[in-house]
Design a protein around this ligand. Structure first.
Ligand code: NAD
Length: 355
């Protein structure tokens, strides 16, 4: 039995779906269903007894302790987080609450549970914390990619809150001996991605005939990894990672944001051309840059590849095509996600940024 937190969000839902497809082991999925949590992501598991959804907060110690005592999971995988940098700039408090306080409460409940285990159950237990490359800060053009020993230099409230959670996880290993693992992954893309993030936002806006807002000069560089490859890395680290270690996860796909937008437009031009025959790239609109926008992230995933034999299955070219196709084929999912709440947020965010 696994306890997965945040398994109704983008990466968590992909992880749960892949897990159920590949393993008989049951999952308890604890998710607070914030704006980013979506039960529809898990609709295909309706009635499947291998997946047990629990609506709740990782900071609710009584609930988490009861779930641990009842289900006796062999591992916890912590995806639950506030995850959007722009939202963290507008309102950092939720990020402090979930990413720092929530992780702390989850660690405390886990420590009590782990302390109660005996023999193999105690030895084999794992707490896997899912984190981001953004904790390492920004790189200049020529600096080498982030390795696991790169200094933490978070620059946004989001990355600072994730950095704090990573430090707490590390401390619970060094102080209490808890068997933790941490993964720091680059930007994910793929199915079920909430359309506030770059790639789904561009697909959804392009199809709706709206502007494609590009921050600043669009030359901010990110490393991109297809979400299913992130999920396979997490499974690999859970199965074979050394307790107390950190593993960087990335796709060796450094790309400027503007190139990503052009790639999405090209695929859409080919698969669903505009009625007027023009390219979707005509809809690109430059908006004022995000405050404190990190210039470049690049991840060195060679430790994970070398020590645990992990490799991504997708190249950026294959993964991005699958992603665009998924959005074209799942327009009902998109329509449901585009709730009033979300529209208000987009209107507020981009109205402030229009150049
Ligand atoms: P997401 O925002 O899509 O999903 C987060 C999920 O956590 C949602 O289902 C939400 O309802 C749930 N949640 C939020 N607060 C909670 C709480 N207090 N208790 C229980 N559940 C709560 O995020 P994502 O993109 O799927 O990211 C998942 C994890 O992976 C995060 O920790 C994020 O920092 C990390 N990560 C994301 C990326 C990326 O590119 N998206 C890259 C690297 C690491």
């Amino acid at each position: 039995m696994l306890l997965v937190t945040g398994g109704a969000g983008f990466i968590g839902a992909n992880f749960v779906l892949d897990w159920v497809a590949q393993s008989d082991e049951a999952i308890i999925n604890l998710d607070a269903l914030t704006y980013a949590g979506n039960r529809e992501n898990l609709a295909s598991l309706e009635g499947n007894e291998q997946h047990n959804f629990v609506h709740g907060d990782i900071a609710d110690t009584a609930l988490v302790s009861a779930l641990l005592a009842q289900h006796q999971p062999r591992a916890i995988i912590n995806f639950a987080a506030e995850s959007h940098v722009d939202r963290s700039i507008h309102g950092p408090e939720d990020f402090i609450q979930t990413n720092i306080v929530g992780t702390f409460k989850l660690l405390e409940a886990t420590r009590a549970y782990w302390g109660s285990l005996k023999g193999d159950a105690k030895r084999n237990f794992r707490f896997l914390h899912v984190s981001t490359d953004e904790v390492y800060g920004s790189l200049s053009k020529d600096e080498p990619a982030f390795t696991e020993t790169h200094q933490y230099q978070p620059n946004s409230p989001y990355s600072a809150s994730k950095a704090a959670s990573d430090h707490l996880v590390r401390a619970y290993h060094h102080t209490y001996g808890m068997p933790v693992l941490t993964t720091n992954c680059s930007n994910n893309y793929g199915p079920y991605h909430f359309p506030e993030k770059l790639i789904p936002l561009m697909i959804v806006n392009a199809l709706a005939g709206k502007a494609l807002p590009v921050y600043g000069d669009g030359q901010q560089i990110r490393d991109w990894l297809y979400v299913k490859d992130h999920c396979s890395a997490i499974r690999r680290v859970l199965a074979a990672g050394t307790v107390g270690e950190v593993y960087n996860v990335g796709g060796w796909n450094e790309k400027p944001n503007l190139e990503i937008v052009h790639t999405v437009c090209c695929i859409l031009d080919e698969l669903r051309g505009r009625a007027d025959g023009k390219s979707y790239a005509e809809q690109i609109s430059y908006v004022t840059d995000r405050p404190g926008h990190d210039r470049r992230y690049a991840i060195d995933a060679s430790k994970l590849e070398r020590e645990l034999g992990w490799k991504p299955a997708e190249t950026f070219e294959t993964g991005i095509r699958k992603t665009v196709l998924w959005y074209l084929e799942n327009q009902a999912w998109v329509a449901n996600v585009l709730s009033g709440n979300y529209r208000d947020w987009v209107a507020k965010n981009y109205a402030e940024r229009q150049a």
